[in-house]
Design a protein around this ligand. Sequence first.
Ligand code: BES
Ligand code: ZN
Ligand code: ZN
Length: 536
Amino acid sequence: MEIKIETPATAGKTDICLIPLFAKQELPEYCRDLDSRISSLMQGSMDAGEFKGEANQTLLLATQDKIFARKILLIGLGNKDKFSARSWQLAIATALRTAQRAKATSVSLYLPDHIDKQISNLYEITIIAAYLGTYEFLEYKEKKQEQKLITSLTLLADAGSNAAAVIAKGKIIGESISLMRDLANHPSNHATPTMLAETAEKIAGEARLDCKIFNRSDLEGMNMHAYLSVSKGSHEPPKFIVLQHNKERKALPTVVLVGKGITFDTGGISLKPSKDMHAMKFDMSGGAAVLATMRAVGLLDLPLRVIGLVPATENMPGGMATKPGDIVKASNGKTIEILNTDAEGRLVMADTLVYGQKFKPDCFIDLATLTGACVIALGNEAAAVIGNDDKMIKQIEAAALKSWERVWHLPLWDDHREQVKSDVADIQNTSKGKAGTITAAAFLENFVADIPWVHLDIAGVADTSAPKPYGAMGSTGYGVGLLIRFLECFQAPETKKQEEAPVAVTAPENIVAHQPEKPAAEKKAKTRKKSSLSFG
Ligand code: BES
Ligand code: ZN
Ligand code: ZN
């Protein structure tokens, strides 16, 4: 999408001009001027009660080419006293989606002065809203070219001097969310582990990341038998994806992101029922979120070292497949009794978390469509957050408030830890208790050592079968915004800040990122202290 800013007075031609208005608001002066040229259609529809400015209400008016836009779309912002940045984002996403449905390809959006004062990152969230609202997945539609999509958005505002930079940032985040949605929406015969690996390589090229792909034989060499046990029934080769931002700058604050990358989950020998099985193409949503976030991290050039790990594989039944009761040894030496081959996510995540430890990260965040129990507990309304570090959990909650991606904290107690102990091996991949989401996390905890770690079970929020006025059905893009908001605030522990060596960094154009002050000599060896996380 091409995004530009023009002053309201010099607006160029577009198909539809979007005008946001509060309930009971008088037309602002700029609109009164426009209205006088279209026979008071705006005022008339307000007087007649056709447009009341209720939250997300829309009304399309034809201008008969008397102004710069062929149509005006009034969009309601609701009551002024209930207004928030979130209600703005939903209204704008709804308006752009409505305009796209009305076949507009170019739109302008009037940004009144007072909105700018009420919302601190107005431009950024407006751009993100535009991407969220206009997203469509048309890849497999024969008449794809005939579908009209909005390709140009003009913000009508008297913008401040750094507006262009903020727009560039909003675009990077918006595009990355759309990338995640594309990846997750592709069916599993296209979005194979190999396709994800190729996408990771493309992302690495675009966002200047380091990329390494490990194959089945590499995984065998690394003793990743928990991960391999899931791949055994499939003819699609597994691909373990490792993306790194600021790979060599080891003294920077380091975050490892892990995303479950099951490109299709049949359940394996513990076969799932066929009803709704098709939705298991979304079982790589955590992985897609990590790939897309890594793109944004690289393009924004965040002053952190970030490693994205995606264990990609199918989970299939077959002659070679793992059978219930089989025991495998994970790469940290722990033995796992696989009582249900459908609890495969925790198996691939286990070896991946062990691998992640080698980066000596300051923290781990994992995202996984891990348990049906999470959908029972929280529905499609929130992801479950579980971890071993309260401070980090609070920071994830704070990030989620900023990206409007709900999380709900669940406990992790010794009772739960007991429930994944096996009678014949060290641990088992099912639970002896009932809290399936928590015990899945209790299982994962065996593989994070003492590193601060947060697990997000996104089973209920990764995809939706219900299209909304502000968003398409299918992948929701959940997680990308949250991770970026978390990473933006993540700072080096005090001790570590001293260690970072001066490194020449050529920031790509369009980038809004703050390189940290470049301190003295780099000491490669670093010790991680638990609870040494700090955030801005
Ligand atoms: N991918 C599923 C979890 C899931 C269910 C995601 C529904 C999205 C919607 C996961 O691999 C799984 O099947 N988990 C099992 C675990 C059980 C066998 C212990 C589950 O939740 O039923
Ligand atoms: Zn499963
Ligand atoms: Zn699964």
